[in-house]
Design a protein. Structure first.
Length: 296
């Protein structure tokens, strides 16, 4: 793979193609659509705008993310989302990104004119993939070795709907997050979701300004311990306050509590894609210390 990647770079250089020739507003939008179809990690919500900014392109807004995730069906049944939760190697063997794109193409959701790193437009690459020997062989390996039907890993829109696959990422807004927030909906235990499919939570707020203090409260056996029904608020950990640190230690610790699913996390930081529980992150505007506000 490393050798093929090096050859691909040489091929691009030979053709005089640079990243700026491949990256465009339409390709950024395609990436958002594929992310929604996969039910991808919330981490990509940081990477895609950063790439767009570095390329001098329009950065997606929260309205753009909301529109895409409402329009695009999730088609991939993989960890950590489920419902079955196939490992990612099975997604690769089932056809991976180009296979998902075939379904998205049939839904007319992709801009197929975008130039790819092959030097050819996306539509041409998808034409090749659909009839390629590589596609046929990979899918056959999955069936032969694991006994798995590739179409049970990467599903058609009708199959996905019938099996109850829902959008992975939701962008709630409200008085605490007027600029938006992010919640990985599929990480919420179904047993705490109401019959109408809405997660509702009322409880006392336990406020922390450091991940260390929050983890200590989760692990404590004293009166300061996090209790079932609490709402754990971690603030001042956003981009300006702390560089938007990863708070996986908090969500991982809650996962191993018997009552962890009954604790909600609300933060202006970010969390891992494998987090469990009601984790609402990327809260905007972030809360940051008064001392930081004075820095110019």
């Amino acid at each position: 793979m490393a050798r093929r990647s090096a050859k691909a770079l040489v091929h691009l250089a030979t053709r005089g193609l640079a990243s700026r020739d491949i990256l465009a507003d339409s390709s950024i939008h395609n990436a958002m659509i594929v992310h929604a179809a996969f039910g991808g990690s919330t981490n990509l919500l940081l990477h895609i705008p950063a790439i767009a900014h570095a390329a001098g392109l329009r950065r997606p807004t929260v309205e753009d993310w909301i529109a895409v995730n409402r329009r695009v069906p999730r088609l991939v049944d993989a960890l950590p989302n489920g419902p079955v939760g196939h490992p990612t190697v099975r997604v690769f063997l089932a056809g991976g990104v180009p296979e998902v794109m075939l379904h998205l193409r049939r839904l007319s959701l992709l801009d197929e004119s975008c130039l790819t790193v092959t030097g050819e437009p996306l539509g041409t690459i998808l034409d090749w993939w659909e009839t390629s020997e590589r596609r046929r062989r990979l899918r056959a390996v999955l069936a032969e070795r694991d006994g798995i039907n590739p179409d049970d890993v990467i599903l058609s829109p009708d199959q996905a709907r019938a099996r109850g696959l829902t959008s992975t990422v939701t962008f709630p807004r409200g008085n605490l997050a007027p600029e938006g927030a992010v919640i990985k909906s599929t990480a919420i235990d179904p047993s705490v979701v109401d019959a109408d499919g809405v997660y509702r939570k009322t409880g006392p707020a336990r406020v922390f300004t450091s991940e260390k203090a929050a983890v200590a409260a989760i692990k404590s056996h004293g009166p300061d311990r996090i209790q079932p029904g609490d709402v754990l608020v971690l603030m001042c950990r956003g981009p300006m306050g702390a560089g938007m640190e990863e708070i996986y230690q908090i969500t991982a610790a809650l996962k191993f509590l018997s009552f962890g699913k009954h604790v909600a996390v609300l933060t202006d930081a970010r969390f891992s894609g494998v987090s469990t529980g009601a984790c609402i992150g990327h809260v905007g505007p972030e809360r940051w210390p008064a001392a930081h506000r004075q820095v110019t």
